[in-house]
Design a protein around this ligand. Structure first.
Ligand code: IPE
Ligand code: IPE
Ligand code: MG
Ligand code: MG
Ligand code: MG
Length: 303
């Protein structure tokens, strides 16, 4: 059924509420200092994970889980694992060897707060810990479901997905890449991880493959739209609102759709992707309205 308008304030306030409740799960799952030499690692893991993120990927997991009646505790454990992997990706993305960014979420990035060795290790430890959490029987009673989560999340994180995309991002000066190559880069770097974050709810709920694929495709599209918006915010955004230094992509010769198409066309493409994304939610009733509204949020956000 067609909907009249979208409720952006509602989706933003749900995002904030969901982030607050996820904070408790993240805090509970993260290790505490134990008076041992490696406490510094734990401090860095906690610093980078508990800082003020939007928590949009875990939100996808939790909202998709709700569509299939998954228990909140299972959904939140998977959402937390997803956020640990995201935190790992940001810590490493900011390192001098990659984007060399000193500001993250309005605070010094991990290697500035600690040092490079600690940041590399904290990222590694968060990545490994995410899979420990996913594989734990508290995440889901069915080991088949846990294996499915581990396999799918590992695939989109590794060389075929986010980490492969980060490699391309480092290798490819913008003038060597056209539209299809940049879309592929953004799909690998960001789109596939959004896709699995949402599909994870359907995996937990043992949903049929048709619904899994619908959610996956919806979220892949909003993930790419999200990355285009991130690239637009790098050009037009405000550091005090985004919590990140701006005007860096051009200086670093990054291949973005903003560089390739120009600001207006890049924005139009993000809008197109968000509209397409919503079409994949057709099999779901009004309980998916928050996901419909989220598609709009990702393209108009200022942070
Ligand atoms: C930043 O992701 C990295 C991108 C893929 C653009 P977010 O914008 O979701 O970062 P936080 O978690 O809200 O800080
Ligand atoms: C990073 O993209 C994507 C990741 C997989 C971490 P960016 O490099 O554009 O993200 P920001 O702008 O530093 O958050
Ligand atoms: Mg980067
Ligand atoms: Mg970066
Ligand atoms: Mg960016």
């Amino acid at each position: 059924m067609a909907r009249v308008g979208i409720d952006l304030e509602a989706v933003e306030s749900q995002l904030v509420k969901s982030a607050e409740s996820l904070y408790e799960m993240l805090d509970k799952l993260l290790p505490e200092k134990e008076g041992v030499l490696e406490d510094r690692l734990i401090e860095a893991m906690r610093y980078s994970t508990l800082s003020r993120g939007k928590r949009i990927r875990p939100f996808l997991t939790i909202e998709a889980s709700k569509l299939f009646g998954v228990s909140m505790s299972s959904a939140q454990r998977v959402a937390a694992a997803i956020e640990f992997i995201h935190a790992f990706s940001l810590i490493h993305d900011d390192l001098p060897a990659l984007d060399n960014d000193e500001l993250r979420r309005g605070e010094p990035s991990c290697h500035k707060k600690f040092d490079e060795a600690t940041a590399v290790l904290a990222g590694d430890a968060l990545l490994a810990y995410a899979f420990e959490v996913l594989a734990d029987s508290q995440t889901h009673q069915d080991s088949g479901v846990r294996v499915e989560l581990v396999r799918n999340i590992a695939q989109v994180t590794g060389f075929r997905g986010m980490i492969g995309g980060q490699m391309i991002d480092m290798l490819a000066p913008h003038n060597t890449m056209g539209f299809p190559e940049i879309v592929r880069l953004q799909r690998m770097k960001t789109g596939e991880f959004f896709a699995v974050s949402c599909e994870a709810g359907a995996i937990l709920g043992k949903a049929p493959h048709s619904l899994r694929n619908a959610l996956r495709t919806y979220a892949r599209n909003i993930g790419i739209a999200f990355q285009i918006t991130d690239d637009l915010l790098d050009v037009e955004g405000n550091r005090d609102i985004t919590g990140k230094n701006v005007q860096k992509d051009k200086a670093q010769n990054k291949a973005t759709l903003v560089e390739c198409l120009g600001i207006e066309e890049a924005r139009e493409h993000a809008v197109r992707l968000a509209r397409q994304a919503v079409e994949y939610l057709a099999p779901f009733d009004s309980r998916a309205d928050v996901l419909r509204d989220l598609a709009e949020f990702v393209i108009i956000r200022q942070y």
